[in-house]
Ligand binder design. Sequence first.
Ligand code: SF4
Length: 172
Amino acid sequence: MSEYYNSQKVRGLYDLKSSETFKLSRSKIDLFIQCERCFYYDRKLGIGRPPGFPFSLNSAVDHLLKNEEINELDKEWQDGYKRQMEIYQWLFRKNGYKVSDTGYFVYCNGKKDRKAFDGKLDFDVTLIAYKGDDSWVEKTIVEAHKCLNGNKIPAADPSCDYCNYIQAINSK
Ligand code: SF4
């Protein structure tokens, strides 16, 4: 097992018999949206997903992707950011606050065109308006709860390369 990944989780798992309130983080709600099966493995069986690519690769890809972000917020990989904002809008509303539908992403991108580091880093800062819709949040939490109460591991997503890979291995 690598130093970056421990597949076995023991804390914060769902226990059907427990009478305590089960806390579900925003990122786990997002995991449920991405894949019910992964969510079930993670929150009920304690087997977490491996992390993404190492940071060195991420930062280069991140830079290029974020350059695109300035022009539009309609890329699939940006959906997670939108859902994050909508969950916070929903949470504030549930706590009695009046919340605007429009939220703002502050995007800071380190300038890479400077000739030298010279002990400082300059940033381009952009404000991106986004009109959120939190109507999906409550029903998704209800569905996630239902998923955890079930005793069947949800089906794999046929479009997921990882599960197809595992199935191919298991079929040998
Ligand atoms: S379908 Fe993909 S995302 Fe879902 S459990 Fe399999 S590996 Fe995880």
